[in-house]
Design a protein around this ligand. Structure first.
Ligand code: MTE
Ligand code: MO
Length: 416
């Protein structure tokens, strides 16, 4: 009887150990890729690799369903093995809960076009919060686990040794937890719960370099004179001020400009090539609009009051030749570019923006001048915009060349 029980236990134990091992490796990979993905330097460094890594992160995240489902098949038996071990039962529930949170929010982020920005904003926050809590817990768990493993290993060896002189496993009434071990784990868990999340939150926000507009517009590091004077609708901003935090994205060090090294050109297939220095450029008539800003990685900033020159006005002024098909945008960082079809570029809400919420756009957010394309994911919104070229061929933008979709339309975009 004992023998038979033992064999079942050993069989399940092996399966459980395999599930656990797979799970652990997959989570280790997800944690690693998830933490380095948003890192600024990697954006520059990894290039196309970053997009691959994102797909791999998504793929492994989906594949996590396999060990979890397999575990759920064994869960009933595992549960009865855990009789009298509430700490381990709690651990199982907690880990499954964390995995479920990561998985569900991950699916929304993966299918962001289907769910739309409102959902992905929530999903990204959930994904982050589960990381701040889940990652420290799982790290704690794996550290504590190695100690427990040693103990349970000792037990197993004893029960597995030649059957003759062994009584049934766990019939020995030795406490599973000594008082000291219990205290140690409790303190460890307490510290993990108290310090872990803030540490991971600090780590992830410094990796993401999040910033709200209010903090940033205070320090516009560009050194351009005269400062653009906000229109009445701009200050106070008609939109009531931006809501949310921008994540500062760049594939180069952040460039800054002054009057001597800044200019703006519209050229290529136009009858009237245009070029301005800053003093001339700030005199161009501007309009004000309120629009939302949606990154394809899931975050948004709402109700931005942008003031600037509508793109179609600049195109009119330059008199686009009939042979032109594409409008190509250059960043003053010397690396980033993107493009719109000439037809898309006619949309009235595309803006060559100079002010945000009534203040000069800070260099972190692409100032002194950035493109704003409200109806598309914001990889189209080129920062440090300094040249617009009309061309007759297609142009594949920086991120599009590295795997982003050429179609950047937001779900439900008006497209006019
Ligand atoms: N020059 C330049 N423009 C850029 C990018 C960039 O890396 N370099 N990133 C794009 C992406 S993917 C997004 S989401 C937005 C981010 O704008 P922010 O850094 O002001 O939040 O800028 C877009 N324009
Ligand atoms: Mo983005």
């Amino acid at each position: 009887m004992n023998d038979w029980l033992n064999r079942i236990r050993k069989g399940i134990g092996k399966k459980l150990a395999a599930v656990h091992r797979w799970n652990a490796w997959m989570i280790a990979f997800l944690a690693f890729s998830g933490l380095i993905l948003p890192l600024g330097v990697w954006r520059e460094w990894l290039g196309a690799g970053r997009v691959w890594l994102k797909w791999l992160h998504t793929g492994v995240g989906l594949a996590l369903l396999v060990p979890v489902l397999y575990y759920l098949l064994l869960a009933g038996k595992h549960w009865s093995l855990l009789k009298g071990r509430p700490a381990q039962k709690w651990n199982v529930v907690l880990v499954l809960g964390i995995l479920a949170g990561w998985f569900l929010s991950g699916v929304v982020l993966w299918q962001l076009r289907f769910f739309g920005p409102a959902w992905t904003n929530v999903a990204l926050t959930v994904h982050d919060v589960f990381t701040w809590i889940g990652l420290p817990y799982i790290i704690y768990h794996s550290l504590a686990r190695t100690r427990w493993l040693k103990e349970s290993h000792r037990r197993t060896v004893r029960t597995d040794s030649p059957p003759a002189n062994v009584d049934s496993p766990r019939s020995g009434t030795e406490p599973l937890y000594t008082r000291r071990a219990f205290l140690r784990s409790a303190i460890g868990l307490g510290l993990t719960v108290a310090l872990g999340p803030s540490f991971v939150k600090w780590l992830s926000s410094s990796l993401n370099s999040e910033a709200n507009v209010e903090a940033l517009v205070q320090k516009d590091q560009n050194d351009l004179v005269p400062a653009p004077q906000p229109a009445a609708d701009s200050l106070p901003p008609v939109g009531g001020g931006s809501k949310g935090s921008f994540r500062i994205y760049t594939v180069t060090p952040i460039p800054t400009f002054d009057n001597s090294n800044w200019s703006f050109a519209v050229d290529g297939l136009v009858d009237h090539a245009l070029k301005w220095n800053w003093e001339e450029f700030v005199k161009l008539p501007r309009t004000v609009q309120v629009s939302d800003f949606h990154c394809v990685t899931g975050w948004s900033v709402y109700d931005n009051t942008w003031e600037g020159i509508p793109l179609y006005r600049l195109l009119e002024k330059a008199r686009v030749q009939p042979s032109a098909t594409t409008v190509k945008f250059y960043s003053g960082d010397g690396v980033y570019t993107d493009a719109l079809t000439l037809e898309q570029a006619q949309m009235k809400d595309i803006m060559v923006a100079v002010l945000l919420d009534g203040k000069p756009i800070p260099s972190e957010l692409g100032g002194p001048v950035r493109l704003v394309v409200p109806q598309m994911y914001t990889y189209k919104s080129v920062k440090w915009l300094n040249r617009i070229e009309l061309i007759a061929a297609d142009h594949i933008g920086y991120w599009e060349a590295r795997g982003y979709d050429k179609d950047a339309w937001l779900p439900g975009a008006k497209r006019t």
